[in-house]
Ligand binder design. Structure first.
Ligand code: HAX
Length: 432
């Protein structure tokens, strides 16, 4: 039995009893109301998704299993996966064992490679990643277990097998996409002596600088999970709730991550910074940046990398990347522009008065760091994000299979039904 399976079997009774206790004691308790605006507005702020792996508060940002993300910036992605899935930090021995598992299978299967090579040269790297995961689905232990009639309360074990297969394969696949699409097409052999993210950094073939490997590690840590209600996580857990296996679920989740209002935003942020650099022939002054921001706002454009649907402070993941740049003295033009924007934009957005959060999110700086190390092909950035986010969504899927969550099925309403519901409520209120 592998290290994660052992630990999950240990914490399983706790997860199940917590959920059962909640249902038994408070099953009928009303904990929130929903407004018409929230239903029309994408269910914003409606507490309706169970996610035990992480939480995001407006005033503090991301916590992984209760630990603020800024306290985890030295961790490895393996450690984060273990923490997300089990609720506990691994011992050194557990971390190494998990690392061995996740690096056990980094070679890209030939049929996946053939598929990637056959895709249209204009295919987006995210479409390639999603398709490659679907091409791995035939390996699903979960699907076979379901077909063999394995009891529902044991399906999590097979979901875990799939998550390990998927995560141990996804770095090689992502690196292959990068090499095929943007470099000479030659794949770089994995080194089994390296951990998961260091191997990924190596297979990408960007740089042999140890700071690059450290950046890839940090990137995979910071993007791993962000609650259950964002588009990619919600998609992943919804697809998995139909007992579709993790390959189907993560592939679907990545399709959501590929949207410009979600994971693709990091590519748009870097495009903005490059545009600034080109426009001013280098790093502009703060005053020039301020004027540029106002010009964008007056023409109805947003300032990329700023604002957030939940956060109301500087995203701690931005702070972690900022500190990384400081630690290594990274000061190329893009990073300097990103830092200067941080001095200027919050004040501009506050004065503008529309954005509920004038502070930067993680995307305001992440692309500039990748660019500085030579990963200049920014359509690939969401793939980096996707490799990382697969960790968190796998952990969320595991949780739901462990506690036996049912299929996700919110009730939809037509515009007329919603109007009638609102009429009824206001009529009752007016008689009180
Ligand atoms: N620049 C200008 N205007 C902004 C703004 C920004 N950075 N952020 C929000 N606003 C505007 C909104 O467009 C909205 O205007 P309208 O009322 O005219 O529609 C108003 O302020 C209120 O928006 P909000 O409630 O503060 O923000 P939302 O929850 O609706 O949207 C977004 C959150 C992140 C999409 C938004 O802040 C935005 O578009 N930011 C720029 C793009 C960006 O950085 N995206 C990355 C998000 C991080 C992420 O999730 N990555 O996966």
């Amino acid at each position: 039995m592998d290290v994660l399976k052992t630990k999950l079997a240990e914490v399983l009774p706790l997860f199940r009893s917590k959920r059962a206790r909640l249902l038994e004691q408070y099953g009928d308790t009303i904990v929130a109301n929903v407004t018409v605006e929230q239903i029309i507005g994408g269910m914003r702020s409606v507490p309706s998704v169970l996610c035990d792996t992480s939480s995001v508060s407006p005033s503090e940002g991301l916590r992984i299993r209760g630990i603020p993300i800024l306290q985890l910036t030295e961790a490895t992605p393996e450690e984060i996966f273990f923490l997300l899935a089990t609720g506990e930090r691994p011992t050194d021995e557990e971390r190494h064992a998990l690392s061995r598992l996740l690096t056990s299978n980094p070679n890209v299967p030939q049929h996946v490679l053939t598929l990637l090579e056959a895709m249209c040269p204009t295919a987006h790297p995210m479409a390639m990643l999603s398709a490659a995961l679907l091409a791995m689905e035939h390996q699903s232990a979960f699907r076979r277990a379901y077909e063999d009639g394995i009891a529902k309360d044991r399906l999590w074990e097979y979901a875990l097998d799939d998550c390990i297969t998927l995560l141990s394969g996804i770095t090689g696949i992502a690196a292959a996409i990068y090499r095929l699409k943007f470099r000479d097409g030659l794949l770089i052999e994995p080194d089994p002596s390296l951990d998961w993210s260091t191997n990924f950094a190596r297979m990408l073939g960007i740089s042999s600088d140890s700071r690059w490997a450290d950046l890839v590690r940090l990137y995979l840590v910071l993007h791993a999970d962000h609650e259950g209600g964002n588009v990619s996580a919600f998609t992943g857990i919804t697809v998995a709730s139909a007992l579709s296996d993790p390959f189907y679920a993560i592939s679907a989740a990545l399709n959501g991550l590929a949207g410009p209002l979600h994971g693709l935003a990091n590519q748009e942020c870097l495009a903005f910074i490059l545009d600034v650099r080109q426009r001013f022939g280098g790093v502009p002054s703060n005053e020039q940046l301020r004027q540029l921001c106002w010009d964008r706002l007056h023409s109805g454009q947003v300032i990329p990398g700023y604002g957030h649907a939940v956060l109301r402070v500087t995203d701690p993941r931005f702070t972690a990347f900022y500190n990384f740049a400081e630690k290594y003295g990274l000061d190329d033009e893009c990073i300097t522009i990103a830092k200067r924007l941080y001095q200027v934009v919050p004040e501009v957005l506050r004065e503008h008065g529309k954005a509920k959060n004038p502070f930067p999110n993680v995307d305001a700086i992440s692309g500039s760091l990748l660019y500085d190390f030579g990963m200049t092909e920014f359509t690939f950035y969401t793939v980096m994000f996707g490799v990382s986010r697969a960790i968190g969504i796998c952990a969320q899927i595991l949780f739901h299979r462990m506690v036996g969550s049912p299929i996700v099925r919110p009730k939809s309403v037509t515009l007329d039904e919603l109007e009638q519901m609102a009429h009824r409520v206001t009529a009752v209120q007016s008689t009180q």
